[in-house]
Write a protein that binds this ligand. Structure first.
Ligand code: UDP
Length: 325
């Protein structure tokens, strides 16, 4: 297949691009390069530099690429930033998404695998989270992803699109030379590893009074190699609909810090601070539907192993890609 990957120079998009190419597919990448990294871009892929908010740029790329399917990773993805600047999120993730969907429609492309998120569920009443759990986002980021899921459902009903919504839990880890390098790093694993690298004095644990076994938030950490593999399996299947991508196992922030201490051999000082606004106490997937439909289940289930892969990448790239920071 020929696949147009938006955001193919980003953290998860670059890894999915690699898996698609390794499996023999042809890949064109559409990326604004605002947050993407040239070093993460697979040299086997053709790059179209463009911005989804510019309808002409995505239409031109869609026409030139003429893909069989689209994988849509390009988006803003910071919960905190979205809460301060919702318009930035709705403009890029939704208005930009409409430009992408319209370009697909005009070029007769019906198949799309969309990077959605467990943030579309908000703070569910019951764990684990199934695809039937009500979607009630608690921040504009989650709302922007849910809105685009819904829009794509209308394009499915009206134009015959066959969308797959992959709702990621906490993406993490590294594969080979592809790792996590965000301009603003808010995620727990890279922040813990920055302490081990001597770039930060300590890690702040946001909240120690949650109704969880040790008082810190519980999350379902899913490795980017598993996410990339799920995209490949989804695009090669006939499945259309929503799938949770997680391991089905939850680990607390304290457990992650302890696992990182074991992996790095560094004491990693940690201090419990106030809660971070908008953090649900617990988010753990029920990943059964992905296994039953496309045959996917996570292979990376141990935090030590996941953190070890990230640690390897961070040690090799202590200042991120190209040592830019
Ligand atoms: N977290 C933390 N310290 C940090 C970064 C994150 O305690 O420096 C916590 C955060 O409050 C959440 C969990 O770690 O409970 C995972 O946060 P992350 O930002 O990695 O992912 P999210 O769950 O927000 O998508």
């Amino acid at each position: 297949m020929k696949i147009l990957v938006t955001g193919g120079a980003g953290y998860i998009g670059s890894c999915a691009t690699k898996h698609l190419l390794d499996a023999g597919h042809q890949v064109d990448v559409f990326d604004s390069m605002e947050l993407g990294h040239p070093e993460a871009l697979d040299p086997r892929a053709r790059l179209f530099v463009g911005d989804l908010r510019n309808d002409g740029e995505i239409l031109e790329a869609m026409r030139a690429s003429a893909p069989d399917a689209v994988m849509h990773f390009a988006a803003y993805a910071l919960v905190g930033e979205s809460s301060a600047n919702p318009g930035k999120y709705f403009r890029n993730n939704d208005a930009g998404g409409i430009n992408l969907a319209d370009a697909m429609e005009r070029c007769g492309v019906k198949r799309i695998v969309f990077s959605s998120t467990c943030a579309t569920y908000g703070q569910p009443d019951a764990m684990p989270i199934t695809e039937e759990t009500p979607q009630r986002p608690t921040n504009p980021y989650g709302e922007s992803k849910l809105a685009f899921e819904r829009m794509l459902s209308w394009y499915a009903a009206i134009h015959g699109f066959r969308p797959v919504f992959l709702r990621y839990f906490n993406a993490c880890g590294a594969e080979g030379n592809l790792g996590e390098d965000h301009a603003v790093e808010t995620h727990i694993i890279p922040n813990v590893l920055k302490v081990a690298l001597g770039q930060k004095e300590r890690v702040d644990i946001f909240g120690g009074d949650y109704p969880t076994p040790d008082g810190t938030c519980v999350r379902d950490y899913v490795h980017i190699s598993d996410l990339a593999r799920a995209h490949l399996m989804a695009i090669e299947s006939d499945f259309s609909g929503a799938l949770n991508l997680g391991t089905g196992r939850g680990f607390s922030v304290k457990e992650i810090v302890e696992a990182a201490r074991r992996v790095t051999g560094h004491p990693i000082p940690a201090a419990v601070q106030a809660r971070r606004a908008g953090d649900p106490a617990e988010l753990v997937s029920d990943p059964r539907k992905a296994r039953e439909t496309i045959g996917w289940s996570a292979e990376w289930t141990e935090p030590e192993r996941i953190i070890a892969s990230a640690w390897q990448w961070h040690r090799a790239h202590p200042c991120g890609y190209a040592g830019k920071r």
